[in-house]
Design a protein around this ligand. Structure first.
Ligand SMILES: [Cu+2]
Length: 329
């Protein structure tokens, strides 16, 4: 049984200075380096969670995701839980690593629209980005395993890469949590950037989400396998970067995780923005993957274990609330 920290402050502060989350490529070089150095700082700090092999403060977040994975995917609170998770990560960057900006996001559909290989995206820049592909590994099978290429579910063949990321600010990054649910293996961060995923990440795939009439349809269409028959923007985004990002459990080991999920969070924000009065409090879906489950409501608690106090979905459906205090641009 895990011990929870006792939190002194479980009330939110009022939202006074709204921060604006922006797409990576519109940040100045200085802002990009400021963000990257804050992430490196988090990775230098000792962990506090003592969860699942976590040694660094950065590992704490990987560990929280690993132990929460089966409870927070393919359920009604998938988007709310990840919104709060990003918020706690961003708060750690601010309060422990002197980060003064807002969490950036990565709109990969802009890269797809460019028609160029994904690896040429500015997000993978070795200086003003997150570094590039992993080293080529012979016969790398991808995080989806040796693929049944003809499967109806749209799985795609792996590309090159699969080994350690060899350039950029995170090439020296050692991970301690993962891979998978139970390992705590010290290792480099890997990627296998996969252009076969491009067809699931087009501007049209993004545009198809906003008109969906209910949260139920929206969340399912966004998240993807195994509820949908083919990949959707959530899982295709993970598998387009692959390596650690393709790991269902320990994907937050790649710092790009937070920018991909911030974009998914923006897509929810965009969807709500079309009709705030009816959509902001539209929440649905089952509470657990397997029965017995209840329906997720606004009172559902988002558990951050020892990393932060729990909040309810109601506390975070409005991004201008005190807990969150941000908007997207
Ligand atoms: Cu997740």
């Amino acid at each position: 049984m895990l011990h929870k920290f006792s939190f002194t402050a479980t009330k939110s502060k009022p939202c006074i200075r709204l921060t604006i989350r922006r797409e990576w490529r519109v940040l100045s070089n200085e802002q990009k380096l400021h963000y990257i150095s804050a992430v490196q700082c988090l990775h230098r700090l000792p962990g506090i969670s003592h969860m699942q092999g976590a040694k660094t403060r950065f590992d704490d977040f990987v560990a929280l995701h690993v132990v929460s994975t089966d409870a927070v995917h393919n359920v009604g609170h998938f988007l709310p839980w990840h919104r709060r998770f990003l918020n706690v990560y961003e708060t750690a960057l601010r309060e422990e690593c002197a980060f003064t900006g807002a969490l950036p996001y990565w709109n990969w559909s802009q890269d797809i629209a460019s028609g160029r290989p994904l690896a040429e995206s500015p997000i993978f820049d070795p200086v003003y980005g997150f570094g590039g592909n992993g080293a080529d590994i012979l016969d790398y099978a991808g995080s989806l395993g040796k693929l049944n290429l003809t499967a109806d579910n749209g799985w795609v063949p792996p590309s090159g890469g699969g080994g350690c990321v060899t350039d950029g600010p995170f090439s020296e990054f050692m991970l301690n949590v993962g891979p998978g649910q139970f390992n705590t293996t010290e290792r480099c961060m890997t990627r296998a950037i996969n252009d076969h995923m491009q067809r699931f990440l087009t501007p049209a795939m993004v545009a198809d989400l906003a008109p969906l009439a209910t949260f139920e349809k929206f969340r399912i269409e966004l998240e993807g396998l195994p509820v949908t028959e083919t990949l959707r923007v959530h899982d295709a985004g993970h598998n387009a970067v692959d390596g650690d990002m393709g790991d269902r459990y320990s994907s937050p080991g790649d710092p790009l995780f937070y920018l991909h999920h911030a974009f998914l969070d923006k897509l929810w924000w965009d969807w709500v923005g079309i009709n705030v009065s009816s959509r902001q409090e539209d929440i649905s879906g089952r509470s657990t993957v397997d029965p017995p489950y209840v329906s997720v409501t606004l009172d559902f608690e988002l558990d951050m274990m020892m990393l932060a106090p729990p909040v309810t979905i109601k506390d975070i459906v409005d991004t201008r609330s005190g807990w969150l205090c941000y908007i997207y641009e």
